[in-house]
Write a protein that binds this ligand. Sequence first.
Ligand code: SAH
Ligand code: AVI
Length: 320
Amino acid sequence: MIRRPLARETSADPRMLAEVAEGLSSPQKELSPKYFYDQRGSELFEEITRLEEYYPTRTERALLEGWMPSLVRRLGSRTLVELGAGSAEKSRVILDAMRAAGTAELYVPIDVSARFLAQAAARLRREYPRLAVEPAIADISEEFDLPRGLARPALFAFLGGTIGNFYPPAAIRLIARVRAAMDPGDRFLMGVDLRKDVARIEAAYNDARGVTAAFNRNMLLVLNHELGADFDPAAFEHLAFYEPVAHRIEMHLVSRRAHTVTIPGIGAVRFEAGESLRTEISAKHDRESVAQLFEAAGLELEEWRADPESLFALVVGVRG
Ligand code: SAH
Ligand code: AVI
């Protein structure tokens, strides 16, 4: 429960403050997964991608390696615009294919994690000296401007299965925003994690070394740093489980004891023992659910490539 009279002066981002206040005052406390990604959160996610249990990254990379050379040659892609690019490790597979096809001109990685993005861009400029690298810091869960005046055709990419971290209405709004920026010759390439054996999915979010748990708790440190909150991460337990009706992983932080957290500008936030804060959903898809998502956003599902075990898929959308 939030007692507003406690609110006091704060230099925090007012948007973040309002969003956090709203999320913590709902019956199921909830915060956006975008708050995982400060520098440490981005580094922890990179560590997750290398875990044995976390199959999405290596599976998507193999799909990209097998498909991008022919796809990019066929499309003649001159620009790559990538949402939630992170370290841009897998993006190199697409950029290498563009370079091999002799069409690589511009790469626009978009992310909220500002310093991490700048570091990735600096590395890419060194590795691809003839490529223009123009990073953009933006929150893609909000209205955001996609760059104009791109060399065409452009490939818009959203990898990693990050679309699953958005509730369906937000996912549709996001894809529709990309669609509005697409020319007829452009394509939208998206990675989606697939529905499968629940134990396999749950293991990916409950790794033995506890890296995902540290990633989850990092959100509390972000709130402490950004808002001056006094969360004690040790007071919360990591919980990740598959919710079969909505076909999604849910990550929560569960309060180990009844206690109160103070957030300047918001006030006192009460957590009961066993009460949870939802920090992420990660929706899992099949071909039909992707086609529906695309159709709702005005795109047609043009191509679908999954790995032999059907763990993960790369899909291509075109303006319908
Ligand atoms: N594409 C990379 C990284 C995935 S992790 C991969 O496939 O491995 C998700 C990335 O999306 C992070 O880099 C995070 O900072 C970024 N991200 C999450 N929410 C975002 C938002 N609302 N706006 C912009 N970027 C976001
Ligand atoms: C970025 N995103 C696709 C990851 C996922 O699997 O949903 C974030 C993550 N959360 C826990 N582990 C990884």
